[in-house]
Ligand binder design. Structure first.
Ligand code: SGN
Ligand code: CA
Length: 520
């Protein structure tokens, strides 16, 4: 076995090295397709061992390239994650610390650098950064969160509504752009899906998927948050907090709640045919729900089933559409020279701890999927356990394109890992730093920062509270027991405190100063 693998790797490395030599023909520089979904989490990807769905097309990216098992975000929420990816810098430096901040588009970004270095660049789909996209030859984005049905797109500044389902339309625009590109130049495409973001409205092709199955519930669904701090107890993101109409599509339940009214406005966007199909898909199931008059745990379980099925129906459409992109690359002889990256803006809770949404540094939302394929440089079917961050995506894409990574970017290129079968270089990071600040706000997740190594995680919840949590990631991967005050872990605790301080110095983050300023 070893005898076969070593020559194979040598060939892969040589081909890769040669393909990146200066003076290469322009079209031999790799194309890059960066596909990012909104809130798609590893628990709903078959390549990461999902027990609730399959994602055959995403699996093809994993099978043709590398799957990262320890990819994390720096701040688990949408606009901040996007700004981190564009700039390669933490939120406190790129300015987008929460979803309400406008991105300062005069900053140095990955698309600007690729564009300046001869790439043709495009951005299609969810943008969410308030200022207009810069650094793109073509852009066509959804305003704000966008709509699932008949969405409005802003194409190079012009707004128009398109009939259809957002995931299909976003892919149509992306493929049209590739089709009409200048074939003499390499291309960089950011293809950002809205799905599977709340309120999980499935497309016409998947409305009845999972109708006849009951999906397994996470074993910590009925978590009572014992042995945890107040932050886990005080959140408002429990499946029981969901809205009947807006989230759960109980169109036979009346409600005066604002967000349910917003759902009615959304339904009104559908064409009569779309609306008839949508309502018909839920009608019998919603009637059965009312007749059953469920309470307590049974009601929570019903709500989980409705939530997870709609979420997965939205994921299925993304997966089908990724299949369309991969098929296009095959048909047009683009597979060999195109890097395909698949990720999400962050992870998500699929009933773990009883939750939906994200924001916490707890595993499910701190993690993000990361698959990268590139036949010329990455061994197929490989995995890497290196601790990686969304901070690294920008430097990686620049490095793979042969463009110098600016000193100010705080991430590290993954090129060495990608081209070395997933092995970590000797000096690779042994810890990751996280900082979330959007509080008070929807879902009531408190401000916190922390550090994670492969074995432990230390979190400090601050602002309106002052509580520390420590988790043993090997023996308690679901984070059910805070061991911060356990004397057996006193040494680990002190080591992590020191590491946290070191990281805050390295990255220039000063949460304690922020607290003081906010209190003044
Ligand atoms: C909306 C959702 C929230 C979600 C945020 C942020 N509420 O406000 O549930 O946490 O987006 O999501 S909704 O009632 O409008 O659906 S993010 O992915 O954009 O950060
Ligand atoms: Ca998101």
């Amino acid at each position: 076995m070893r005898n076969q693998i070593v020559p194979f790797l040598v060939v892969v490395l040589l081909v890769f090295t040669f393909s990146c030599q200066d003076g290469d023909k322009e079209q031999e520089r790799p194309n890059i397709i960066f596909i990012m979904t909104d809130d798609h989490t590893t628990q709903a990807m078959s390549s990461y061992g999902s027990v609730i769905n399959t994602t055959p097309n995403m699996d093809r990216i994993a099978a043709n390239g590398m799957r990262f098992t320890n990819a994390f975000v720096t701040n688990s929420i949408c606009a901040p994650s996007r700004a981190v990816i564009l700039t390669g810098k933490y939120s406190h430096l790129n300015g987008v610390r929460d979803n309400s901040t406008r991105f300062d588009s005069s900053q140095v970004t990955v698309p600007k650098l690729l564009q300046a270095n001869g790439y043709q660049t495009a951005m299609v789909g969810k943008w969410h950064l308030k200022s207009a996209p810069t650094g793109f030859d073509y852009w066509n984005v959804l305003p704000g969160q966008g709509f699932y049905y008949n969405p409005i797109f802003i194409e190079m500044g012009e707004r128009s509504e398109r009939e259809g389902y957002v995931t299909d339309l976003t892919t149509d625009y992306a493929l049209d752009w590739i089709e009409n590109r200048d074939e003499e130049k390499p291309f960089f495409l950011m293809l950002h899906h809205k799905a599977p973001h709340r309120n999980w409205m499935p497309g016409p092709d998947h409305l009845n998927m999972y109708d006849d199955v009951e999906l397994p519930i996470p074993d910590n669904f009925f978590d009572d948050y014992e042995n945890r701090g107040d932050a886990a107890k005080d959140q408002i993101m429990h499946i029981d907090d969901m809205y009947d109409r807006y989230d759960l599509k109980l169109m036979n339940v009346s409600s005066e709640k604002g967000v349910d009214k917003a759902f009615d406005r959304r339904l009104n966007r559908l064409t009569p045919e779309q609306r008839a199909a949508f309502e018909e898909a839920y009608r019998e199931k919603n009637d059965a729900y009312l007749a059953a008059n469920l309470e307590g745990e049974k009601l929570s379980k019903w709500r989980y089933q409705r939530y997870i099925k709609d979420y997965l129906r939205c994921v299925a459409s993304v997966d089908d559409n990724i299949g369309r992109v991969l098929h296009y690359l095959e048909e047009n002889n683009l597979v060999g020279n195109t890097i395909v990256i698949y990720t999400s803006d962050q992870g998500f809770y699929l009933g773990e701890h009883g939750w939906f949404d994200k924001r916490f540094m707890y595993e499910e939302s701190f993690r993000t999927p990361l698959l990268v394929s590139y036949p010329k440089g990455i061994a197929s079917g490989s995995t890497s356990e290196a601790l990686t961050m969304n901070l690294d995506f920008g430097p990686t894409m620049l490095d793979m394109a042969g463009v110098e990574v600016p000193e100010e970017m705080q991430g590290t290129s993954l090129k060495n890992i990608l081209t070395n079968n997933g092995a970590e270089p000797g000096d690779w990071r042994q810890s990751t730093y996280y900082h979330y600040v959007e509080f008070p706000s929807e879902h009531a997740v408190k401000k916190h920062y922390g550090v994670r190594t492969k074995n432990f995680k230390l979190i400090h919840f601050y602002d309106d509270i002052n509580q520390w949590e420590l988790y043993d990631m090997q023996n308690d991967p679901k984070e059910m027991k805070n061991i911060y005050d356990d004397p057996a872990f006193a040494e680990v605790r002190e080591e992590l405190h020191a590491e946290l301080k070191r990281l805050q110095r390295e990255f220039g983050d000063q949460p304690d100063r922020v607290i003081d300023l906010e209190r003044d």
